[in-house]
Design a protein around this ligand. Structure first.
Ligand SMILES: [Ca+2]
Ligand SMILES: [Ca+2]
Length: 144
């Protein structure tokens, strides 16, 4: 969990650094940010959860897995879905869900129609389940 906080701090720093034109991108493609053994890209264009994941997959990536990541602190899709089995939350890259940060009483599957996860919800900027067809910004994550 600490690593997540460090990443947010790091990424915030990156944005400031990039505006001055000296960002070191490591081995990541242009417009991607390097952290550890991964590359990250923030996509401001709002898309449905499915289109967001497809956008990431088309670039050999997946939707971001972490809590609380967005320079604008707006609702942001994360790679979390229970579309396969109600209540059976999975990360889109196949990783086991061993850390969760739902904003209680979420996930509530409101109206039986909420199968995708977003972050920056509620006062603690945690997770909510929401209809997948809604469009939010998102972050892609890839291996180097
Ligand atoms: Ca659901
Ligand atoms: Ca919900």
């Amino acid at each position: 969990y600490c690593a997540v906080i460090h990443f947010i701090t790091f990424f915030g720093g990156c944005i400031g650094v990039e505006s001055s034109g000296t960002l070191l991108r490591g081995n990541c493609p242009m417009f991607w940010y390097s952290y550890g053994d991964r590359c990250y890209k923030y996509v401001a264009t709002p898309m449905t959860w499915g289109n967001a994941e497809l956008h990431c997959v088309s670039q050999n990536a997946n939707l971001m897995l972490i809590q609380n990541f967005d320079p604008a602190e707006a609702f942001t899709w994360i790679g979390l879905s229970d579309a396969q089995e109600e209540g059976g939350w999975l990360w889109s890259d196949g990783t086991k869900v061993d850390f969760q940060a739902w904003d209680p009483p979420q996930p509530d599957n409101w109206d039986g129609d909420e199968n995708c996860g977003n972050t920056n919800f509620g006062i603690n900027k945690e997770w909510n389940d929401f209809p997948c067809r809604h469009t939010y910004s998102f972050v892609c994550k890839s291996h180097k």
